[in-house]
Ligand binder design. Structure first.
Ligand code: 0WD
Length: 260
């Protein structure tokens, strides 16, 4: 049975450029019929907006909105615009994270409180705040997917603070799944992706070594692509995944099952 998300209204966050995992996801969702709302991280000069707008125009998003998740008013505004335009929502892709470069190298015990608060605010709390404003709009059987990494459960060199943020994110997935499931069958899951070269991952010390290690040791002897993460996400957004919630699904060429 092929996937069909015809006319499903899905919000995609976290597209920064054509390497972004969210870009792979958005393309896949569009290919199976979804109607997209896309957010971009605004900056003073509007450079991001122009870049993301040009990149995503082929996907014909019916909503294109600024969203800096550190600004609660902006989160609220995104969902009031969705209410105005669509009236409801069938899915959300939470595909964003941030930690200062200096927090992604060296020793975790050198993390500053400012760095910690900012990373957890953007990378973890944002999923809860998005769900808070989305809740009244989410349709029966809708689906929320966030992105995580193995560094949540293993001490991966240099991943440090982001590992702690992802551990809290994975826990948030379970609490949100328990909260949102009962009334309207709303599902919340995380995809734990293998390492992929993107703008965000280039900030992690030794990212290329991480990728080479996966290429050497994973059962599939390679890392994964944005396209593969996109396919798994489309599945989780679809009724075919109606029995799956609160889970962390690995799209990592099998690396997480190995002893290395
Ligand atoms: O190897 C990888 N690339 C993996 C990434 C492996 C496993 C998981 N992930 C996760 C990341 O942790 C993140 O949650 O996937 C998600 C997407 O990351 P990505 O595709 O690797 O990175 P990127 O293309 O940089 O997109 C992340 C985007 C930001 O980009 P930049 O590089 O400008 O920080 O997150 C967005 C922004 O577009 N973002 C924000 N969006 C709203 N409000 C904010 C914010 N405050 N900060 C960053």
């Amino acid at each position: 049975m092929s996937l069909d998300l015809s006319s499903r209204k899905i919000l995609v966050t976290g597209i920064a450029n054509n390497r972004s995992i969210a870009w792979g996801i958005a393309q896949k969702l569009k290919a199976v019929g979804a109607e997209l709302g896309i957010t971009y991280l605004p900056d003073n000069k509007g450079r991001f907006e122009a870049k993301v707008r040009a990149l995503t125009s082929v996907l014909e998003p019916t909503l294109f909105l600024p969203l800096d998740v550190q600004d609660g008013k902006q989160v609220e505004l995104v969902f009031s615009k969705i209410k105005e335009k669509w009236g409801y929502l069938d899915g959300i892709i939470h595909c964003l994270a941030f930690a200062g470069k200096e927090e992604l190298i060296g020793s975790y015990s050198d993390t500053t409180i400012e760095g910690f608060t900012r990373a957890l605010d953007i990378s973890t709390y944002s999923l809860a705040s998005i769900c808070h404003y989305a809740k009244p709009l989410l349709s029966n059987g809708s689906s929320i997917v966030t992105l995580t990494y193995l560094g949540a459960e293993r001490a991966i060199p240099n991943y440090n603070l982001m590992g702690v943020a992802k551990a809290a994110l994975e826990s948030s997935v379970r609490y949100l799944a328990a909260e949102l499931g009962p009334e309207r069958q709303i599902r919340v899951n995380a995809i734990s992706a293998g390492p992929i070269r993107t703008l965000a991952s280039s900030a992690i010390g030794g990212i290329l070594d991480m990728i080479h290690n996966v290429e050497e040791k994973s059962p599939l002897r390679r890392t994964v692509t944005q396209d593969e993460v996109g396919s798994a996400t489309a599945f989780l957004m679809s009724p075919s995944a109606s029995g799956i919630t609160g889970q962390v699904i690995y799209v990592d060429a099998g690396y997480s099952i190995t002893g290395m």
